[in-house]
Design a protein around this ligand. Sequence first.
Ligand code: CP3
Length: 346
Amino acid sequence: MPMKSSDRDIVRVINGETLTTPPIWMMRQAGRYLPEYKETRKQAGGFLDLCYNPELAVEVTLQPIRRFGFDAAILFSDILVIPDALGVGVRFEEGRGPIVETVDEERIDTLVSDSVINHLSPVLETVERLRECLPQETALLGFCGAPWTVATYMIAGHGTPDQGPARQFALNSPVAFQKLMDVLVEASSQYLIAQLDNGADAVQIFDSWASVLDEDQFEKWCVKPVAEIVKKIRAVRPEAKIIGFPKGVGAFYKGYAKITGVDMIGLDWTIPMSFAQELQTDSPIQGNLDPKRLIAGGSPLDQGIDAVLENLADGPLVFNLGHGITPETSIEHVQQMVTRVKSFSR
Ligand code: CP3
């Protein structure tokens, strides 16, 4: 008998349960800190070739599960496959990060989401294959970027320190920017629904650049589009489990779960524990170890882990980093973290 999705630990936490030992996974858990990832990445050719090769994408998704036994696997792909599927060119350059073709008002007017699912069918095949080969108890997470975060790359063409180009564009050309948001909301909703249909237990919406907006713009471009995606998904999949991760938004975390409708929120490491506890009374939380502590190892790592567990494990908690693991992190430190979290019980 296959295990029911609702019996997997992470889904239990998303449904509000407090477990004796919090389940653990790690954002960007498949990646360049693993030698076996670098090996597979070489075989694939380009980074997008890896994302669109189900056999190799399954392999790199499984690598961190084999090594560390995380409670969830996250689909190997990228948030920028959505612009790629919309026909807006994306490339990844060694050492430079993503380079995206830029869009202006005229180009935005021509964007349509019709072919997104067809273009992303290899990624959906990866999801389907993963559910077949993952251990029964391991949850499978799908994901997409939030429309705001994806749009910041489409406007600037690359990452920038404060995503100034997209902030300026949204203020100067709100009608065109709304059009861009609408296309991204539609494409992302279809994509997440398809991931759930192909076997994902839950999906996470990464709003990695949510922290750069003022209150008015945050409501318009972060809260509203994510709320629309949640509504579109729930219209066809009322039971869908959705994790929101508006990174770095401080006081704006309050009310985010309720207004957007997400089931659980991911917190970054800048959130005071007392505030995290308050948020945890509204929804389950995920997080929030500073990835720099994972690089440091030793007692800075142990202290950071203990602070999360002591303050947050008495409520529904999924242990995670406050943002993705970076390539310079040592594998031993990851093992140190997993061992310490798994040996905790409240
Ligand atoms: O293990 C996993 O978490 C699954 C795969 C995953 C990747 N990217 C693989 C990846 C996920 C969930 C993402 C999300 C993503 N991608 C985000 C949101 C989360 C975050 O970190 O804020 C963003 C903003 C992107 C866009 C992106 N992709 C950037 C800025 C970069 C360059 C930075 C870097 O780490 O190189 C990427 C490339 C990327 N995405 C890599 C991986 C493993 C490294 C590229 C390589 O292997 O050459």
